[in-house]
Ligand binder design. Structure first.
Ligand SMILES: [Zn+2]
Ligand SMILES: [Zn+2]
Length: 110
C-alpha cells in the first residue's frame, strides 16, 4: 500500500504576505506556535516580495503553519496532483497520506 519508508508528516506553511506555499516535514522541522522551525529553532523564512504587507515587528517573512485537512474520498483516485500540492486540503483516496510529500525538500541547504 505504501512506498517503502513512510515519510514524516508534511507541515503546510504559507507566507501571510504573498501567500506563497511551502511544504516541510516533521523530520526536519518542528511546530512552535503557528510557525514551522528547523532543527536549529529558526523559523521558516522566505524573501517576501510584498513590501507593503504589515508584518508585525520580528515576525516578518515567517511561514505560518497550516495543518492538513484530509478527507478520505475513495472514489477519487490519488494522483500526482495530490503529492505535489502545497495546499493544506486533501480530498482523495489516500486520505491525506500522500498529500504534499512531493514538495518536501529532501535536503535543507543553508
Ligand atoms: Zn511572502
Ligand atoms: Zn491523495
Amino acid at each position: 500500500m505504501t512506498q517503502n519508508g513512510t515519510p514524516a508528516t508534511p507541515i503546510f506553511t504559507q507566507c501571510p504576505g504573498c501567500k506563497e506555499r511551502r511544504v516541510v516535514s516533521t523530520a526536519t522541522h518542528t511546530v512552535v506556535g503557528a510557525e514551522a522551525r528547523d532543527s536549529a529553532g529558526v523559523p521558516v523564512y522566505h524573501a517576501c516580495p510584498v513590501e507593503a504587507f504589515p508584518f508585525p515587528a520580528g515576525m516578518d517573512r515567517v511561514f505560518h503553519v497550516k495543518g492538513l485537512k484530509a478527507t478520505l474520498a475513495p472514489e477519487k483516485r490519488c494522483d500526482g496532483k495530490c503529492a505535489n500540492s502545497g495546499a493544506p486540503v486533501c480530498k482523495c483516496s489516500c486520505g491525506g497520506a500522500a498529500h504534499g510529500v512531493g514538495l518536501i525538500p529532501t535536503q535543507i541547504t543553508n
